[in-house]
Design a protein around this ligand. Structure first.
Ligand code: SF4
Length: 205
């Protein structure tokens, strides 16, 4: 695989604990997202232009300053965004080159083609899914995306990764859903077989 695969790096947030993945993590934010969520906290993430393209080697160089913390705590890196799984081939390359005991997590809305999910499954240890809402109308109104794609990818993730490797975040979204919708989404996810759910409220800034 060529080193010309680039990642549109926006920022690296170091020494995170208990926020996104096991142990000490560095959150690596990348640009680009197929969705257009109404309360998106950072519109800049929707554009590729402001990002700095980096190779996997360069990115590993940038984050390895915390190698000792990663190894001591079972932590590693979390790819966020934007949509991290737009860059599934980059994640493959990163895994090939990074220390094998680094944990790799990916934050995702699952709004990507199935092949990206299957590629990521080869190298990502843990998935943190923001499902928005499982009601198709609410989902479409809020994100502009395809609810059926998200549901299909949820099922693939469950079938291939199993529930322990997946945390599904289920938001209460002011003005777009109600607590009853949030509870209904959580119930559907439990019926599917997911066991790690995080119910929370979006705070619009
Ligand atoms: S999935 Fe995240 S980055 Fe993409 S539009 Fe929604 S809130 Fe913004």
């Amino acid at each position: 695989m060529s080193d010309t695969i680039l990642y549109p790096l926006l920022s690296i947030s170091r020494l995170r604990i208990g926020l996104d993945g096991v142990g000490v993590t560095s959150l690596i934010a990348g640009a680009g997202c197929p969705l257009r969520c109404r309360w998106c906290l950072n519109k800049k993430l929707l554009q590729e232009a402001p990002a700095k393209p980096v190779t996997a080697e360069k990115l590993i160089d940038m984050v390895k300053i915390d190698d000792l913390y990663f190894r001591a705590t079972g932590g590693g890196v979390t790819f966020g965004g934007g949509e991290s799984l737009l860059h599934a081939n980059f994640l493959l390359r990163f895994r090939e080159l990074c220390p094998e005991d680094w944990n790799i997590s990916a934050e995702t809305s699952l709004a990507v083609p199935e092949e990206n999910i299957r590629t990521a499954l080869k190298v990502v240890n843990d998935f943190i899914v923001d499902c928005k809402d499982l009601d198709p109308v609410i989902y479409r109104n809020y994100t502009g995306g395809d609810p059926a794609l998200m549901r299909r990818n949820l099922q693939i993730l469950l079938d291939e990764a199993g529930p322990k490797r997946v945390l599904v975040r289920v938001p209460l979204i002011p003005k777009f859903n109600k607590q009853s919708n949030q509870q209904h989404s959580a119930e559907l996810l439990r019926q599917m077989g997911f066991t790690n759910l995080d119910l929370f409220t979006y705070i619009k800034r």
